[in-house]
Write a new protein. Structure first.
Length: 188
C-alpha cells in the first residue's frame, strides 16, 4: 500500500462527509461510543494526526480536540488530507520510524493503518447517515486483505476499550466495504 491508496481512502471519505447533513450530527454510529459529531471530529482530526506524526516522527499528544463540526468540516478534512499526503509522499517517509502511542512503526506500516482508519470510518459515517456503504470496492477488497494479515485477536475487544471489535460474520453477498467493516467488528 502507498500514498495512492491513502488518497483513494481520503477521496471516498470526503464524498461521504459531503453527504452529512447538520441535522445528523447527534445521530448514532456503528461505533457505539461515538455520535456522528464525534466520529467526524475523529476523522478530520485524524488527517492532521497522520500528517504531524509523519512530519515530526512522533505522534502528537491528544488533548483538547477541535470541534470541526462547528465549521466547514469537509474543507478541513480536505486540508488535512492534503497535508497528510504531502507528508507521506516526502522522501524517506516510508522508511522513517514513527513513535506512536501503541508502538514504533515505519511509515510504510503507518500509512496502511491511516488508510484503513480513514476508509472504515467513512463507511461508519455512510452507515450512520443513510448513505450507500458500497464504497470503492477495489480499495475495500485490498484493505480487507491487509487487515486480515495484520489484525490479531489481541487488538480486538469491547467498543471504546480496544481498537477493533470482535469479527462479525458478513451476510452472503456483502460488498467488499461491508466485508471489511464486518471483519473490523461492525454489524452490517
Amino acid at each position: 500500500m502507498g500514498a495512492d491508496m491513502l488518497a483513494q481512502a481520503f477521496a471516498s471519505t470526503a464524498g461521504v462527509l459531503a453527504g452529512v447533513d447538520a441535522q445528523q450530527l447527534d445521530g448514532a454510529t456503528p461505533c457505539a461510543s461515538w455520535q456522528v459529531r464525534e466520529l467526524i471530529n475523529h476523522v478530520v482530526g485524524g488527517t492532521f494526526f497522520f500528517a504531524v506524526t509523519v512530519e515530526t516522527g512522533v505522534a502528537p499528544a491528544r488533548g483538547d480536540e477541535t470541534d470541526f463540526c462547528a465549521g466547514d468540516f469537509v474543507t478541513e478534512f480536505n486540508r488535512g488530507a492534503a497535508r497528510a499526503l504531502t507528508a507521506f509522499e516526502a522522501d524517506g517517509a516510508m522508511d522513517k520510524t514513527l513513535t506512536l502511542p501503541f508502538a514504533e512503526l515505519p511509515g510504510s506500516v503507518f500509512i496502511n493503518i491511516a488508510t484503513i482508519d480513514t476508509f472504515t470510518h467513512g463507511w461508519d459515517l455512510a452507515r450512520a447517515t443513510g448513505q450507500p456503504t458500497d464504497l470503492d470496492p477495489e480499495l475495500a477488497a485490498a484493505l480487507l486483505g491487509f487487515a486480515q494479515a495484520f489484525l490479531s485477536d489481541a487488538m480486538r475487544g469491547s467498543d471504546g476499550a480496544s481498537p477493533f471489535g470482535a469479527q462479525v460474520e458478513a451476510p452472503a453477498g456483502a460488498t467488499p466495504a461491508d466485508q471489511l467493516a464486518a471483519f473490523l467488528g461492525r454489524h452490517v
